[in-house]
Design a protein around this ligand. Structure first.
Ligand code: GYE
Length: 340
């Protein structure tokens, strides 16, 4: 049973390597999608005392998050850890409560994906005083005192924003008139929203024709993405580009665009981030023109880090996930084998 599962993971990893080769040809900013063994295999259970891991998840706001939760749960099981899991429904106070509960329960390690960047110092100090190591996954905190956490495992969101901006700047490098862009931001104050916005802005600023005429949060959800896009379409008649900080918001926006009698991907060029299956499906249909990959399968790397921290080994302070990009053509090629 176990062997079969591992074999599945290996097959998935080698498929991903093929995708890397496929997208390398057509997308200039392409890098290899996640292929390293550390990202796909959780450590085997060790003999001795079972490790207890408390994980405070952000919520269940997107396809990315669902895949991330599954990855954490599956790999904790594979590593033989006792996982205590909580869902904060996108609220910082719920995450803080969950972390305090884990401290009271004296878990061995606490991991969490901070919904927003600021406001964590007090609870992180409480964990430190209780001598419980904390691992940040997916999103960063802005704490000045980096001794408050052991490591941060996750993507480089500025880089993701830059990949999106670079593609657009290239597409419109010869533009003679203004290209009006609307932006659907992720959760206000979250690292991916802050960084994806900044990276994108950095890359398009060299071309004065590329103008962000409206930018608002869609909270990383489909429903909010749709609602805000409806408002954008009402207020602006000449939108040429939508940059959505994740696939779910882009998918919601596509519904609004179609309801307004416009063709997503043609009348309005759409760029998003994540590359989850639903996003890739829309890309393969030409409704999303460009997707920057953000890998949610952080579970195996997290379990490895938990093992190392408990064993007293020194670990890297920053573990960056490797990711690629996909055009509509790339999406068509890899869609059938997309795991999430
Ligand atoms: O892009 C989005 C999710 O933090 C990287 O959160 C994550 C983001 C992801 O809701 O879909």
């Amino acid at each position: 049973m176990k062997v079969t599962k591992k074999m599945g993971v290996l097959v998935a990893a080698s498929c991903m390597m093929l995708f890397a080769a496929a997208c390398g040809n057509s997308a200039s900013t392409s890098t290899a999608p996640t292929t390293n063994a550390a990202a796909t295999t959780a450590p085997a259970p060790a003999a001795g005392k079972k490790i207890t891991l408390g994980f405070a998840q952000v919520g269940a706001e997107s396809g990315w998050r669902t895949a991330n939760t599954k990855s954490v749960q599956d790999s904790a099981k594979e590593a033989g850890f006792d996982l205590k899991f909580s869902d904060a429904q996108q609220k910082q106070e719920n995450q803080i409560k969950a972390i305090r509960t884990y401290i009271q329960q004296k878990v061995d390690v606490i991991a969490f994906s901070p919904v927003v960047e600021s406001g964590w110092d007090t609870v992180l100090k409480e964990a430190k005083d209780a001598k419980i190591p904390v691992i940040l996954t997916d999103r960063a905190v802005d704490s000045k005192d980096t001794s408050l956490y052991a490591t941060f495992i996750g993507s480089d969101f500025v880089e993701e924003g830059k990949k999106a901006g670079k593609w657009l700047a290239d597409k419109y490098k010869d533009a003679k008139e203004d290209v009006n862009i609307v932006e659907l931001q992720g959760t206000t104050g979250s690292a991916p929203a802050n960084d994806r916005k900044a990276g994108f802005a950095e890359e398009i600023k060299g071309n004065p024709h590329l103008k962000v005429i409206a930018s608002q949060t869609g909270d990383f959800t489909r429903a909010k993405g749709k609602e805000v896009m409806q408002a954008f379409l009402k207020a602006h008649k000449d939108i040429k580009v939508l940059y959505a900080h994740n696939d779910d918001m882009a998918l919601g926006a596509i519904q609004a665009i179609e309801a307004a009698g416009l063709k997503p991907g043609q009348d309005i060029t759409i760029i998003s981030v994540d590359a989850v299956k639903d996003g890739m499906t829309a890309a393969s249909e030409g409704k999303i023109n460009f997707i920057v990959e953000c890998n949610p399968l952080l579970g195996p790397q997290l379990m490895q880090a938990v093992n190392d921290v408990v064993a007293g080994k020194s670990i890297e302070k920053r573990i960056v996930t490797k990711e690629g990009v996909f055009t509509s053509e790339d999406a068509k090629k890899v869609l059938a084998d997309r795991q999430y």
